[in-house]
Design a protein around this ligand. Sequence first.
Ligand code: HMG
Ligand code: MG
Length: 295
Amino acid sequence: MRVKVKEVGPRDGLQNEPLFIQTEDKIAWINQLSKTGLSYIEVTSFVHPKWIPQLADAYEVASRIERVEGVTYAALVPNKKGLEGALAANMDEIAVFMSASETHNRKNINKSIEETYPVLKEVIDEAKRANKTVRGYVSTVFGCPYEGEVSIERIIAISDRLFELGIDELSLGDTIGVANPIQVQRTLERLLKQFPVEKMALHFHNTYGMALANVFASLQMGMTIFDSSLGGLGGCPYAPGASGNLATDDLVYMLTQMGIDCGVQLEPLTKAAQWIEEKIGRPLTSHHSHVVRGN
Ligand code: HMG
Ligand code: MG
């Protein structure tokens, strides 16, 4: 069995950091991540800088990183304007995003769910014309900070629509980290009847410390693609209560200990974690980084 770890630290990990990380430092960090065996890095997002000031340097970061062969470099894109930036920086993959709940969708991208589809269609069509692969995120799959529970029918309908629009892979977002392993299995049971397992990914946040348990529950359902952020950095500023992502170092440690190949080496990953820890100026929250610090 082989698991694919998709590093979203430079985007999801940093987007909520209050202290601006210098452009040179972001580039240096991504360059380090590229040499850890990771095969996928989401490097930034081409969103409005007023909404996400930390990533205002998206083009500079994306266009100046050193590309390593075999690594896919992706960027988050909300609309055509964002796509223009991502294409100018020659990103390999475009990630579009929307929410399963109406309120979070509006707070996050200022549109209703229905209004979002044509915008995404335009982005997906144009990205395909430019020979890019497209990933789709659905947020608030396991719960919304404004609306609470989200029905499985709604998640299926949105996923269906996104695949129809042409996405190559769908990432299911537990935006505020409220999923539990049984809920994850029940959700996957329904979704995997309709969508191929190799096109489905999971994106856990770790608010209640359940992300690794949710990964284990998902592995049992045959899932093999997981998004994570080094050191457990992360959170969505438009989702109150959203805390850090599943930590890449904890995920790689667990997979390695279980004898599951993910191709990522813990030693350079640890160095990259220590390096960004210094830049953000506070201790990382992953279990692995606690062990490394000895506290
Ligand atoms: P809007 O204000 O509705 O945009 O924002 P608009 O289309 O009305 O345009 C207003 C102005 O913004 C115009 O400029 C546009 O040119 C400009 P003006 O004419 O006034 O000078 N504009 C842009 N500028 C730069 N880049 C762009 C862009 N688009 C328009 N791409 C918009 C709509 C989508 C832009 C805004 O709401 C936005 O940027 N939202 C991003 C929010 C965000 O990044 N959230 C976090 C990521 S999602 C997440 O974390 C969840 C995830 O991790 C999965 C999970 O955990 O569940 C993926
Ligand atoms: Mg996220």
